[in-house]
Design a protein. Sequence first.
Length: 371
Amino acid sequence: MKLAVITHTPHFKKDGKLYAYGPYVREMNLWFKHADTVLLVAPLRKDSPDAIHEAYASPNVRLHEIPAISFISLSEGLLALFRLPVIKWKIFQAMRKADHIHLRCPGTIGLVGCMMQPLFPKRPKTAKYAGNWDPQAKQPFSYRLQRWILKNTFLTRNMKVLVYGDWPKQTSNIKPFFTASYPKQKIEAVRIPSFKPPFRLLYVGGLTPGKRPQYAVALLEALRARGFECTLDMYGDGSERDSLAAYLEVHQLTGLVTLHGNQPPSIVTNAYKQSHLLLLPSRSEGWPKVVAEAMFWGIVPVVSRVSCVPWMLDEGKRGILLEMNLDEDAANLETHVQQPMVLQEMARKAQEWSHQYTLDAFENELKKMLR
C-alpha cells in the first residue's frame, strides 16, 4: 500500500535519515508499519535536528519537499501565494499515486490538503485533527475553515476524521480518537505516589506564552507561601525561557525550580516516575499528551479547562481542573495536598483511564482505519 501523508511538520535530514518532532514521529512510525511506501509531503529545514527530534523507523519514506508557508504577515502571505502552485502540485501528485491519503491538521499545509482532497472522492482517506475540536472554542479562521471542510460529508468523502474528545452533534465521519505513548507491558512498572511532602511538581511542554509556564511557577510560589514544601521541574524550551530564568533569579527560586530544557523521552519518563503533580495551565490543547502520560504513571494532573481535558479528567475525579484564578487555584491545591488519600484515589482513577490508551490499542485502531 502507498500511503500519502500531507503535513506542515518541519523535517530535517542528518546522516541519511529523516527527522521530525519526536512524539509525531513515534505516532507516524505506527502508521508507516502498515504501508509499503510512504509519500511524505512536508517542509524540509536546512538546520540540524535536536534532542526533541527523532528519525523515522521505516526506510520506505519518500520525502516530497515543499516550502513552509504562513499568513501571519502581509509579506509572509504574499510569499505563501507565490509558493502555493508548487505546493498544490506536489500534494496532487502524492494523492494521485496513493492508495490511502492521510492529512495532518490543523495547519497551513493541512488546509491546502483539505481543499484538494475532494478531487479524490473514491480514495480512502483519514485526517488527524490534532488541535482543539471543541465547537465552542475561539480559533483562527484557517482552523475553522479546516473544521468546516472536514465535517462536510459532501466535500469530504470516504474519509474518517480523527478528533480528540467525544463531542455532541457531529457528522458521521467524525471519530473520537486518542494518542498513546506506552505499550501495555509498561503497566506492570507503574506505582502510585505516597503524596507526602516534599511534593515534586512537574511541568512538561514548550516554554511559550500559550502554555503559560509562568503560571506553573506562580502555583509553586503560592503553595510554598501556604507552608508546603515543594519543588518544580520544568522540561521543555521556547521563547519564554530567558524571561523565566531571569524571574527565578530575581525571586531566588533557582534552587526550587529547575529548567531542564528539551530532553529525550527516557529522561522525561523518569521525571514522571518521581513526581506527584503535573502542572499544565495551557491556553489551548488538542489531546494533551503529557497529561495522558502523567496519568499513566500515577501523577495527578493539574490542568486548565481546555479542549477535551475536562472529559479526560472526568470533571475533576481524575485530576484537578484549574480556573486560572491564582488565589482560587492555590486554595484548591492546598485543600488537595492536605488529603493524600484523596490524591491517591485520583491517581488510581487516572491510571485506570490512561491504561486503556496504550500503543497496542492505538495500533489496533490504526489497522481498522487503514483496512
